[in-house]
Design a protein around this ligand. Structure first.
Ligand SMILES: [Zn+2]
Length: 1127
């Protein structure tokens, strides 16, 4: 450590010497700030150390080192900014602006994380999780209050918020729910709210509003608009759906929110400000951040572990400023957590459900719904109003004891409520009578009324000691338990086929968004200015296809969609919609490709033509991807393949194609051959397919580019792509042996002998059973044992289902009676080891190339859990990494979060967390990261271990309303990249992925798109489209989305400033500069054809700032998202 500090100081001095005078001055000024750092907010490290002098000194040293490191980073940033400035030096005004931006991007813009008042990780350590019986509030305590706390000037202000929770698919499909219930709810809504201006309502799901709107006459549309404008109806969150927060990728969360927000702006002219998430099964800090960046001011959450709720309630901490672990107060999201078991009426008026149920007037005798506590509601009359009002107020007063202010939020609703007009009358008339009585009584000191979230939030702000004095909190609310040891960690994995399909769709939809935007931007440039383009014309139909794909992807983010918790036929419906969406996105991609590669600007293409086949189709839900066989014949000796790189960085990747012949050659468009190999395909374990082979080659594609490669049949042995060798282990005659032409020689591996694979970047040893044993990187060998393990479901009344994971004990290792047959396929580009185990065809591939692809081991598990009962299969890595009780998983692929094992007080299933894209374990010297191509549940149940669930098959319902088990399993290809990296220092800051892990995640989620030319070969096409964009590792273009929000198309750019742990060095041979920055220069991120002006925008583009030049470097701090509108 000592040496490193010195080295850093030398580097700093060196950098200063190189830089100009003004920078030196800046730095000196900044260094003088270091002593005052003691007054700065405490860092996480200094906060958690004890108060002894030694610790303080050490902490000061760490702080100093951190400051020096930040200065070093800043020098780099300044250097970059100056590079940018010097490029633009001929434009005086821009130079001045850029200097200003450099000034802006100092430590005040990107502060170090500050410690929040409540750290969830610490809170978990201190909660006993003992679950005592709390009386009427079973999971809490007997709440008492002193009436003296209210008076004429301190009234209790009750905000009763009527709502109806409409799942866009669960027991019925989205459309079935609409026709059977939601349509009537919305139609009644406009009629019943219009009757009395005191009535209020909130609505969350824009997907349903869209369907309803499409069927309404102008009069009803106008009524809805008026209700929104008058504030009687508030649209809350405004997402297409109320998205899942565990499995959803943040790309899709932003997408579904944007889809809803754009619709609202276009049709109702409204920008939502308050968020409402009562049903997602656990809550993520990433969601809070996305809401914040979309300019939400207040957010409500509900499904949180009952013990966490109790503790926060005891501390009056149910309202807090939710802060990102990597940030200061700038990311604080004001959050209200509901205190009780559920969002239904019995659990929202106060602590006693048997009392609250009596105030759900849908349960009045005769309506068909009753109270399980066997005391029915009573119609409010002059005779009983006094007694009923006092009974209800008692509950309100008790609930108010859990919060800091005199404003009280009380929801009034449930699933698909208010579908009959009689229910509207029953609820609104009875409550109005109760409120009239309460408000007229001068001895009660209460003001109760119907309200929206906005009404409550405004009151909270106005309260003395209101929002500003609420505690800050860092962390998340996984894993959710609603009672006893019922942890909802099953849905992190349920229906993995659909979870994988979600990520495939994201890959295509994002590629379609980016390529369409590039084609449109390119087309509108130069001589084509102002001319309506074919591409965006209704005739082309591409916007319709994009909209359809966007909506299908948005719909599936619903908390019964990507969670895998809907009925079988509803899952199939989501699957059909996603497969159609993939087709639509692929169509947009191939049209845009033809448009960009055409010689003529703005060509008029045939909208129904297929110019390119995308090498990945799914004939139906449940099917695996089908790939084209590339054939050669008369006049087709050479086939053209176009690759699209949707990333803003040059990337080195492998391409896998099916070819009809083994004697082929592959080259780029200039005739340069590329590293490649041909290998056989198998239809059974030892039987090769005739007349079909796999061609693998390695390519490097520039940012945002289309590149053409040529594949030809050849008789020349010198030109031919090398053939891989094939060997089998443990072949004892039990499998039919058949070799394809070209692969007649099949080797045999000696019994019991390990398999060793060496590539440019690593070497790995596999057991004779085809499973990983150890990995050697940079001279260090790390034992890593891969196994598959199996959980059962515990017996009794409560058993595992779609939501719950209730195992019957620790997992058992999946074993085979005899050694399984293993295939080893090895060539110059890749070595692949395949083994068929019970439930899983497991393939590990090591690519012999530079960059992140060559630095990891690719794992594909084709999981087939198509029979059996109550089985859950996990892949487990066991290593000698001294990870102790600590492990890390991600939140929505946006950030990493620390997890701690506490098996002494929490059950096994509480240790499973959502792994949306990656997880890792580490010690001082090594980190093991598993990057995942689909969301699944993951845990570390022993030091050195990390496991991820692959699929689950369960024979029963778990009593959460679904009323069925999970037995519709489909063969599912789960994809991973395993990274073992040496650490060169001790990680500081917040937990972060390595750069290699970030890039591996991009590689899995946003793969190169393979287009096989299908159009007329006589129509000449340009071989490539390479816009002038800087290849950046540090800045990731999350999306480039064409927006029609203001009728004419504009390009909506969303960037993510990546931040990674620098103790893990970047992989060698990257095609982009591995530098972190806190500036974004849009003019170098995007090609110039989008124009020279842009507007900074909120994340969903509803709020726009002043127009500025794209040459302005914009401050965007590490880890942050930022959005811009161009054109
Ligand atoms: Zn729901």
């Amino acid at each position: 450590m000592r040496k490193m500090r010195l080295r850093k100081i030398f580097a700093l001095v060196g950098a200063v010497t190189v830089l100009g005078g003004c920078v030196l001055l800046y730095l000196v000024l900044d260094l003088t700030l270091i002593p005052s750092a003691n007054h700065a907010p405490l860092t996480r490290e200094s906060h958690s150390s004890n108060t002894k002098w030694g610790k303080q000194f050490e902490s000061s040293l760490e702080k100093l080192e951190g400051d020096i490191k930040r200065n070093q980073n800043k020098v780099q940033e300044i250097k970059e900014a100056i590079d940018t400035i010097s490029e633009l030096v001929h434009i005086n005004t821009d130079l001045k602006d850029a200097e200003n931006e450099v000034q802006a991007a100092d430590d005040r813009t990107c502060p170090a994380p500050t410690v929040a008042d409540v750290l969830m990780l610490d809170l978990y350590n201190s909660i006993p999780f003992d679950n005592p019986d709390g009386g009427v509030w079973k999971q809490g305590w007997n709440i008492e209050y002193n009436k003296q706390q209210w008076g004429p000037k301190r009234k209790l202000k009750v905000f009763l918020i009527p709502h109806s929770h409409n799942d866009p698919g669960w027991l019925k499909t989205f459309e079935d729910y609409y026709h059977s219930q939601t349509k009537a709810i919305l139609t009644n809504l406009i009629a019943k709210l219009s009757e009395d201006s005191r009535r209020k309502f909130i609505w969350a799901e824009v997907s349903y509003l869209m369907l309803w709107w499409s069927e309404q006459n102008d009069q009803n549309k106008e009524k809805l608009r008026q209700l929104v404008q008058s504030g009687q109806l508030e649209i809350v969150t405004g997402g297409w759906v109320m998205n899942d927060e565990a499995n959803a990728h943040f790309w899709a969360v932003v997408q579904q929110l944007t889809e809803g927000h754009e619709w609202l702006m276009q049709h109702l002219g409204v920008r939502p400000k308050h968020a409402w998430a009562i049903d997602p099964f656990g809550h993520s800090a990433t969601e809070a951040y996305i809401l914040k960046k979309s300019r939400m001011e207040f957010s409500l959450i509900q499904r949180v572990h009952y013990s966490v709720k109790k503790r926060l309630a005891q501390d009056k901490g149910l309202e807090f400023r939710w802060r990102q672990g990597w940030s200061g107060p700038s990311t604080d999201m004001l959050t209200h957590m509901m205190p009780f078991y559920s969002y239904d009426v019995p659990h929202t008026c106060g602590p006693d459900p048997k009392v609250c149920c009596q105030f759900d007037f849908k349960r009045l005798p005769g309506y068909g719904v009753t109270c399980p506590w066997r005391i029915s509601p009573q119609q409010i009359t002059d005779d009983n109003v006094r007694q009923r009002a006092e009974l209800l107020l008692d509950q309100y007063r008790k609930k108010a004891q859990l919060y800091r202010t005199n404003a009280l939020l009380v929801p009034l609703g449930d699933d698909f409520r208010y579908d009959h007009s009689a229910e509207w009358d029953a609820q609104f008339n009875n409550y109005q009578a109760l409120f009239d009585h309460m408000n007229s009584r001068h001895d009660l000191y209460v003001e109760a009324k119907f309200a929206t979230l906005a009404d409550y939030f405004n009151a909270l702000k106005a309260e003395t000691g209101g929002e500003k004095n609420l505690p800050s909190l860092t962390g998340d609310f996984f894993t959710y338990a609603d009672r006893d040891d019922h942890y909802w960690s099953g849905y992190f994995t349920s229906r993995p086929y659909y979870k994988r399909l979600d990520r495939v769709l994201i890959g295509y939809l994002r590629a379609a968004e980016v390529l369409f935007s590039l084609a449109w931007g390119h087309g509108k440039s130069e001589d084509n200015k102002g001319v309506t383009q074919w591409l965006t014309s209704p005739h082309a139909g591409l916007r319709t296809k994009l909209d359809m794909a966007r909506q299908a992807n948005a719909l599936f983010q619903h908390h019964d969609g990507v969670t895998g918790t809907a009925k079988d036929h509803v899952m199939r419906d989501y699957g059909n919609k996603m497969i159609k969406a993939i087709d639509a996105a692929q169509h947009v991609i191939q049209m845009s490709t033809q448009y960009l590669l055409y010689h003529q600007l703005n060509p008029q293409l045939d909208p129904n033509d297929i110019y390119f086949h995308l090498d990945d189709t799914r004939p139906r839900t449940g099917a695996l991807s089908k790939r084209n066989k590339i054939t050669f014949g008369e006049g087709l000796a050479t086939r053209k393949i176009v690759l699209f790189n949707s990333l803003n960085r040059a990337r080195t990747e492998f391409v896998k194609l099916r070819v009809a012949q083994y004697n082929v050659k592959v080259s780029d468009y200039d005739g340069q051959s590329v590293p490649s190999q041909v290998q056989p395909l198998f239809d059974e374990m030892a039987s090769m397919v005739d007349g079909e082979y796999e061609l693998i080659f390695i390519v490097t594609v520039p940012p945002f580019s289309l590149s053409t490669y040529l594949i030809s049949w050849t008789s020349s042995v010198e030109e031919q792509v090398p053939l891989a060798s094939v060997s089998l282990a443990n072949h004892q005659g039990q499998h039919r042996l058949h070799s394809a032409e070209g692969f007649e020689q099949i080797g045999s591996l000696p019994e019991g002998q390990d398999i060793k694979v060496t590539s440019q970047q690593l070497s790995a040893v596999f057991s004779n059973h085809g499973l990983l044993r150890s990995v050697t990187v940079q001279g260090l060998t790390i034992p890593v044992k891969l196994e598959f393990v199996q959980y059962g479901a515990r017996k009794g009344g409560e058993r595992s289902g779609a939501y719950l994971f209730l195992p019957d004990g620790p997992a058992k290792i999946v074993t085979t009676r005899q050694a399984p047959l293993v295939r080893v396929i090895s060539g110059p580009v890749a070595t692949q080891i395949e083994v068929q185990l019970p439930f899983v065809l497991h393939t590990a591939t090591i690519y012999n190339c530079s960059g992140e692809v060559g630095g990891s081991i690719e794992i594909v598990n084709l999981v087939e859990l198509v029979d059996g009962n109550n089985i859950e299969i996990a892949m487990r890595f066991s290593s000698d990494i001294e990870s102790g009780d600590t492990y890390f998983t991600d939140l929505n692929a946006f950030q990493m979060i620390e997890r701690r094992r506490q098996l002494s007080k929490l059950p096994l299933q509480a240790h499973y967390f959502p792994m949306s894209s990656m997880g890792f374990i580490e010690d001082s010297g090594v980190r093991l990261s598993l990057v995942s191509g689909q969301p699944l549940g993951a845990a570390s149940l022993q030091t050195g271990q990390f496991e991820v669930m692959q699929d689950r098959r369960l024979g029963q319902d778990d009593n959460r309303g679904l009323n069925q088990g999970v037995q519709d399993n489909h063969p599912t290809p789960n994809v991973f990249r395993l990274l073992l990296e040496r650490k060169s220092c001790q990680s500081d800051h917040w937990p972060r992925a390595s750069l290699a892990a970030h890039l591996s995640h991009q590689s899995l989620l946003m793969p190169l798109v393979h287009l096989i030319a299908a159009g007329d070969p006589l129509v000449p096409l340009k071989p490539s489209f390479t816009p002038n964009s800087k290849s950046e590792c540090g800045l990731h273009v999350l999306n480039l989305r064409t927006s029609w929000l203001k009728v004419r198309p504009r390009a909506g750019l969303v960037v993510h400033q990546l931040s990674w742990d620098e103790c893990l060095p970047p992989p060698p041979g990257l095609q982009c500069a591995p530098e972190m920055s806190s500036l974004v220069n849009v003019s170098s991120v995007l090609p110039g054809f989008f124009g020279a002006k842009m507007k900074k925008a909120s994340l969903t583009f509803l709020h726009e700032a002043e127009e500025v030049s794209t040459l302005h470097a914009q401050p965007v701090c590490p880890n942050e998202l930022a959005a811009f509108l161009l054109g």
